[in-house]
Ligand binder design. Structure first.
Ligand code: FAD
Length: 390
């Protein structure tokens, strides 16, 4: 084999976060010759990802269950509590997976554990060429794209998949326009141990600064995502672990009893990003390279895994994975799902941030309708789960 042949692959994926790793495993399973470029690790910062049923089935198909089964907790009930103090405050709304014929809406797992399990699977499978280097140059030429960087000899691919997160270099190299914005919110994350059983239920307290949510993990543990105004987030983040845990307990009305922290905490400023197109010139975007929004309703990575499913579908039967035809099909397949989710999460988040009466009334009426009207509640649940990954 010549040196040039050694440095060619069909598909090079840039970014070994959860989206890039899943794409690499899935496309290799479809028989593609795949390289995954990027360091495969995620910080332990208390962030978990609740993966909906369809995402979980995709991970199962990729052989991840043995590694993840005891690290994830089922999410069987989702409870929303209006804690805004609005005049139109409604009683809590509960969504039960059993109402739509499912054992669980999904499973919640630490993001760092998920990335470690995916990286081990990719490594052990031998089907993915893993290159733990950062890409610094992306050059599109006739019939291919060449990547290079420190520790990365030029690597040519017929398709480059940008899974390189919100500041995606692949997106810039493809000339894909993106609009980004920020919210006056910061999410604090942590893993908490607690005295009471969570009974596989998440509880989302909707406050004026955003939701404060406890999501079940195995045992008497839950993950916290608490959205606050930046100054308040800084003040809470500065507390020591014991004082922080007491604040969380107060904020969540002691719903799970006394809390202690179990591991490092994190802090993520809230932002949004939306792209004009999902592919251009032999480059396709997946995950946060293509869409970012606040963590409300467990949509972010689930949407990223639906990108992977759509890309697989677009490449099926294509000799050339970067062909105009494949890229057009992929772009068309992602437009409505991504825009719908980005718009819905943005709208819900903004109704929380305003204390204007019409927004409060609308939200109150919405929650009341959800708690009283079974078919509407089931419709909303199916929409939340919609767009299965296969
Ligand atoms: C607090 C919080 C809670 C969340 N909860 C949920 C949830 O419950 N459910 C859900 O579905 N989603 C959730 N999300 C969203 C979810 O975490 C993200 O959508 C997901 O982690 C993004 O994964 P990614 O692989 O697209 O991006 P990233 O994790 O950002 O990975 C990008 C990767 O690209 C690499 N990279 C960047 N540049 C280069 C380069 N030049 N060369 C090589 N590599 C490069 C980086 O090192 C990184 O590994 C949450 C988000 C937050 C902030």
């Amino acid at each position: 084999m010549s040196a040039r042949q050694q440095d060619e692959v069909e598909i090079a994926i840039v970014g070994a976060g959860a989206a890039g790793l899943v794409a690499a495993l899935a496309l290799a399973q479809d028989g593609r010759k795949v390289a995954l470029v990027g360091p495969a690790s995620a910080p332990r910062d208390g962030r978990t990802v609740a993966l909906l049923d369809a995402s979980w089935r995709l991970l199962d198909e990729l052989g991840l269950m043995a590694a993840l089964a005891d690290k994830a907790a089922p999410l069987s009930t989702m409870r929303i509590v209006d804690d805004t103090g609005s005049l139109f405050r409604q009683p809590p709304v509960e969504f039960r997976a059993s109402e739509v014929g499912l054992e669980a809406f999904g499973w919640n797992v630490e993001n760092a554990e998920l990335v470690a399990a995916l990286a081990a699977r990719a490594q052990d499978s031998g089907a993915v060429r893993m290159v733990p280097a950062l890409v610094s140059s992306i050059a599109a030429e006739d019939g291919g794209v060449t990547l290079s960087g420190e520790g990365l000899a030029p690597l040519r691919a017929r398709l480059v998949v940008g899974a390189d997160g919100r500041r995606s270099q692949v997106r810039a190299a493809a000339g894909i326009a993106a609009r980004d914005w920020s919210y006056p919110q910061v999410a604090l994350t942590a893993i908490c141990s607690h005295r009471r059983d969570h009974r596989d239920a998440s509880t989302e307290f909707h406050t004026r600064a955003g939701p404060c949510t406890l999501v079940p993990l195995p045992g008497r543990r839950s993950s916290l995502v608490w959205m606050l105004a930046p100054a308040e987030a800084d003040a809470v983040a500065a507390l020591d672990d014991a004082a922080f845990a007491r604040r969380v307990e107060t904020q969540t009305h002691s719903t799970l009893g006394a809390l202690t922290l179990d591991g490092p905490r994190g802090r993520a400023p809230m932002a949004g990003l939306s792209v004009e197109r999902f592919a251009a010139g032999r480059m396709a975007l997946i995950g946060e390279a293509a869409h970012v929004f606040p963590p409300i309703g467990a949509q972010g990575l689930n949407l990223g895994l639906r990108d992977v499913a759509a890309l697989r579908e677009a490449l099926r039967g294509q000799d050339d994975p970067g062909s105009d035809d494949a890229m057009t099909v992929y772009d068309a397949a992602r437009q409505s799902d991504v825009r719908l989710r980005t718009g819905a999460v943005d709208a819900l988040n903004r109704t929380l941030l305003t204390d204007l009466m019409p927004a409060d009334l609308l939200r109150g009426a919405g929650l009341l309708a959800l708690s009283r009207i079974g078919p509407l509640r089931r419709f909303v649940m199916r929409q939340g789960l919609a767009g299965g990954t296969r």
